[in-house]
Design a protein around this ligand. Structure first.
Ligand SMILES: [Zn+2]
Length: 250
């Protein structure tokens, strides 16, 4: 088994110690990044919900315009027919023949029936338009209230992010110092593994089992890890390994 790093036991031990501290720092930085991102994701989701509601109100307003236009058309027809009705009613006084009289009467009756239907239609349009206007107002009121809350939340998230960024800056300084203490080749390997293995590049081996992938490592390699003068990688997950006795487990 090729080791990543071979030296005297105490130097390998120091290297391991530095790597573990570096990994701890990196995991803390990652957690801070996640916390910052989480706050922003939450805000984005809430903003999206508000935008969707605003859009719904706009769509509804467009539909309301159509309803109002249809209602006006019926109202115009109603008014026009009303004028015609009055005209026919006045003509009734001057008709010459009974046939003409009957014909006019029939027209008057038909117009009355149709206008009655128009009145009902206008009433229906009015009810629909009122319900739509109420819904639009409700959507907009809810959006206004939520936007107010979101603005408050946004300033809180931003304040927290600033705080977390400041913490991160401190940890970054500690990180640079720690990186300076790690062997260059080992550090390069560490960074590659961290990238590929979800932030965990170095793991304990307990009773011959890698605690990163929970696979057994060969007995010979385990003996070398136990000896502590070499820095090995797990044959399965390739993470760097150090010996962690069973009693250290939680
Ligand atoms: Zn492993």
């Amino acid at each position: 088994m090729a080791a990543v790093f071979v030296s005297e036991e105490k130097i390998v031990k120091k290297e391991l110690g530095n790597l573990l501290e570096l990994q701890d720092i990196d995991l803390r930085i990652r957690k801070l990044d996640e916390e910052i991102a989480e706050g922003h994701t939450d805000l984005e989701e809430k903003q999206k919900a508000i935008d969707a509601r605003r859009e719904e109100a706009v769509d509804l307003a467009e539909r309301l315009e159509v309803v109002e236009k249809e209602k006006r058309d019926v109202e115009n027809d109603f008014e026009e027919e009303l004028i015609r009705l009055k005209d026919r009613q006045s003509k009734l006084m001057n008709v010459q023949t009974n046939r003409e009289y009957q014909s006019l009467l029939k027209e008057i009756e038909t117009t009355k029936v149709e206008n009655k239907r128009r009145e009902e239609e206008i009433l229906r349009y009015t009810e629909i338009a009122e319900a739509m206007a109420a819904k639009i107002a409700e959507l907009n009121n809810t959006s206004d209230a939520e936007e107010g809350l979101l603005a408050e939340e946004k300033s809180k998230v931003e304040a927290l992010a600033t705080e977390l960024e400041a913490k991160k800056a401190d940890i970054d300084k500690a990180r640079s110092q720690k990186v300076g203490k790690v062997d260059k080749a080992v550090y390069k390997r560490y960074e590659q593994l961290r990238d590929r293995r979800n932030g965990v590049a170095i793991v304990g081996v307990t009773d011959g089992v890698c605690q990163g992938c929970f696979m057994n490592i060969p007995a010979q390699q385990f003996n070398e890890v136990l000896r502590g003068d070499q820095l090995h990688t797990c044959p399965t997950c390739q993470r760097m390994m150090y010996h962690r006795p069973a009693e250290e487990e939680e």
